[in-house]
Ligand binder design. Structure first.
Ligand SMILES: Nc1ncnc2c1ncn2[C@@H]1O[C@H](COP(=O)(O)OP(=O)(O)OP(=O)(O)O)[C@@H](O)[C@H]1O
Ligand SMILES: [Mg+2]
Length: 241
């Protein structure tokens, strides 16, 4: 469904080029809950940004259902970001001046012209409220972010990511800032949403307990997936032992 081919990405800092992705290939299957693990700095966030068109690769391609998406004009890319992908981050990125309900509605405000918003706002409001209830925040609609706990903030961020009914949720360490129990609850919630709505999930995590709750795990190392590395020659294996 989502296919990355030969992805290359390097960051230039001053005169130094830091290679991050070195020709990585990844196939994300429709409906799966995939974990991406790897050492800090191995390029997990970079990969997620390229999959979700938040950044462009230096080389290689990303296809969604056979359609190339890494080189779209800004307008088409904005539409994809707004409707096809939902994003969840470690630090929630909720707007502090808006309550939970308005934060969840934000993607709909962004997607519509003023007139379009006026016509469809009743439906969006109903969906925002239903989603907040679904994630267990029905009693927190008018709370602002500073009045919510970490777990509640991430639940609100999950509801926001689901508002436009995305086909793919991209989650970058969604439990990275939460204690083990609260993190476990967030992953259980994602698992249920994956099963109920059939939404495909790609989740970066450091937590191996959390990986166990997902369908498949890929590990990144050296700018590739671990299983993409050529097998070392036999004498090298001996030396490594
Ligand atoms: N915008 C940027 N400019 C320069 N270098 C960057 C930029 N973003 C990432 N890097 C570098 O690219 C490498 C990969 O970063 P990335 O954030 O993808 O790693 P990560 O696997 O998500 O790490 P972590 O587990 O710590 O979040 C790191 O060495 C980082 O310093
Ligand atoms: Mg990261």
């Amino acid at each position: 469904m989502l296919r990355a081919e030969n992805l290359k990405k390097a960051y230039r800092r001053h005169a130094v080029t830091v290679p991050v992705l070195n020709g990585l290939n990844l196939d994300v299957r429709a409906g799966e809950f995939l974990s991406v693990v790897g050492a800090s700095g191995s390029g997990k966030s970079t990969l997620l940004h390229l999959l979700g068109t938040l950044d462009a690769p230096d080389a290689g391609t990303v296809h969604l259902d056979g359609r190339r998406i890494d080189n779209l004009p800004a307008r088409d890319r904005d539409a994809l970001r707004n409707r096809t992908f939902g994003y969840i981050f470690q630090f929630y990125h909720l707007l502090p001046e808006l309550n939970a309900f308005d934060n969840v509605l934000m993607p709909a405000y962004i997607a519509h012209s003023t007139l379009g918003w006026w016509k469809s706002r009743g439906q969006w409001r109903a969906r925002a409220e239903a989603l907040l209830k679904r994630v267990g925040l029905g009693h927190r609609l008018t709370h602002r972010p500073r009045e919510l706990s970490g777990g509640e903030l991430q639940r609100a961020a999950v509801a926001r990511a689901l508002l436009t009914n995305p086909r793919v949720l991209l989650a970058d360490e969604p439990t990275g800032n939460l204690d083990a129990e609260t993190g476990g609850e967030i992953v259980r919630l994602l698992r249920e949403i994956n099963r109920e709505e059939g939404v495909t999930i790609v989740m970066v995590t450091h937590n191996l307990e959390i990986v166990a709750a997902t369908d498949r795990v890929v590990r990144m190392a050296g700018g590739l997936l671990a299983d993409e590395h050529p097998k070392p020659a036999p004498h090298f294996q001996l030396m490594a032992v």
